[in-house]
Design a protein around this ligand. Structure first.
Ligand code: ZN
Length: 339
C-alpha cells in the first residue's frame, strides 16, 4: 500500500497520542531467517503529520457518510481508528528507522526496503546486512531510465519497486511502463508492482489518486507485459487481492510469477486473509507466495504480519517456511543452494 494521502497532510488536528513502544525482549536463540519482500523505508510524516493509526487487523471497513466532507472519511483511517488497539506511528524519522531495524535484527529478517533513495540508503547504512535496496517509484513520476540504470550499476538499487502506479490509474500494460519493464528485464532486476488494495476509498482521498479504480486490482493487466518480457522477474505485491480467480489464472499461466502478501497479511480482517491465502495454497501455488509486511510507518506491523502467518491453521511448518524464506530466497536468487 502506498502512503499517499496528500490531502490528509494539511490536517492540523493532531491530538498528542504517543507512539507506543514495544518492550524489548531478548531471544535466547536466533530465530529462523525471514525475508520481508515488502518493507518501506519512509519518513515519519509520509502519510501526514504523525502519529497516525492503523488497525492490525481492521475488524471491519468503515462506511462513508456522503453528507460529511470526504476528508472526514480519511480521518477515520488516520486519527480515529475503528479498532481497540491500533498501532500508532512513531513521531520522528529516527524512531521509525530504529524501531524497524531493531525488529529486523531481533526476528532475523532481511528486508527489501523501498522508499526514496536517500531514506533507504540511510537505513542500509545503519544495518547493512538487513536491508536490500529498492526504489519506490511510479512511471508517471518520470524517473529517467538511464538514471535507474546508473543506480543499479552503482549498487544503489537491487530491486525495482514498489511501483505504485495503480494509485494514479496506470496499470502495467500502459505504454508508459514499457521502458522500465525492458530495463528490469535487461538488467535482470526483480520488480515488485502494486496490484491490489490501497486504503479503502482512496479514489476519494485527493486529486493524486482520483484515477484509482477497483478493476485495477486484477493482475491480468500484467499478462501482456509478461509475454513481451519473457525474462522479467516480477512479483505482484498484495497478491492482487481480492481478484483471486484472476490471480490463480495468472500464477497458473505464468509459472515465473510470484506474489507477496503485503498489507492483507496484517491489516485485513483475518478470516478474509486466510481464505485468500488458503485458496492460493490449495490451488497449488505455495512455492510462489512470499512474505511481505508492507510495513509503512508502523514498525510493529512487521511482527503482526509474522504472527498472522505463524497462526494460520491450514499451513504446515514447512509451508510457513516457504512463505517466510524459501520462496523469496529462490525468487531473489540469494542462495543458489537453497535452504
Ligand atoms: Zn502497495
Amino acid at each position: 500500500m502506498k502512503t499517499l494521502i496528500t490531502t490528509a497532510m494539511v490536517f492540523g488536528l493532531l491530538t498528542a497520542t504517543l507512539a507506543t513502544q514495544q518492550p524489548k525482549k531478548t531471544l535466547a536463540r536466533k530465530p529462523l531467517p525471514i525475508i520481508d519482500m515488502h518493507l518501506h523505508a519512509h519518513r515519519a510524516d509520509s502519510s501526514g503529520p504523525p502519529p497516525i493509526a492503523i488497525c492490525a487487523p481492521f475488524p471491519y471497513w468503515p462506511d462513508r457518510d456522503l453528507r460529511a466532507p470526504s476528508l472526514d472519511y480519511v480521518t477515520t483511517f488516520l486519527k480515529k481508528p475503528v479498532c481497540k488497539n491500533p498501532l500508532w506511528s512513531p513521531m520522528t524519522d529516527m524512531e521509525l528507522m530504529t524501531q524497524s531495524l531493531d525488529i529486523l535484527e531481533r526476528r532475523n529478517i532481511v528486508a527489501v526496503a523501498s522508499g526514496d533513495l536517500e531514506v533507504v540508503e540511510k537505513w542500509k547504512q545503519s544495518k547493512p546486512d538487513r536491508i536490500i535496496l529498492a526504489l519506490e517509484f511510479n512511471v508517471k513520476a518520470g524517473v529517467p531510465v538511464e538514471k535507474l540504470r546508473q543506480w543499479v550499476k552503482e549498487g544503489k538499487i537491487a530491486v525495482f519497486g514498489e511501483m505504485d502506479d495503480q494509485y494514479m490509474g496506470v496499470t502495467p500494460d500502459d505504454p508508459a511502463y514499457e521502458p522500465y519493464l525492458a530495463l528490469a528485464e535487461e538488467l535482470d532486476i526483480p520488480i515488485g508492482i502494486h496490484i491490489g488494495p490501497g486504503p479503502p476509498g482512496v479514489t476519494y482521498f485527493g486529486p493524486e489518486t482520483k484515477n484509482y479504480r477497483a478493476r485495477m486490482h486484477s493482475p491480468l493487466s500484467l499478462e501482456e507485459p509478461l509475454m513481451r518480457h519473457p525474462k522479467l522477474r516480477v512479483y505482484v505485491m498484495h497478491a492482487g487481492w481480492p481478484m483471486i480467480d484472476d490471480m490463480v489464472a495468472m500464477l497458473y499461466a505464468h509459472p515465473q510469477l510470484y506474489v507477496d502478501v503485503g498489507i492483507i497479511v496484517y491489516a485485513f480482517p483475518r478470516a478474509e486473509f486466510y481464505r485468500y491465502l488458503q485458496r492460493l495454497f490449495e490451488a497449488g501455488f505455495g512455492r510462489r507466495i512470499m512474505f511481505g509486511s508492507d510495513q509503512m510507518i508502523w514498525p510493529q506491523a512487521i511482527e503482526k504480519a509474522i504472527e498472522s502467518i505463524e497462526a494460520a491453521p491450514f499451513l504446515t511448518a514447512e509451508q510457513k517456511r516457504d512463505i517466510f524464506y524459501n520462496n523469496a530466497n529462490r525468487f531473489l536468487r540469494l542462495n543458489k543452494e537453497g535452504k
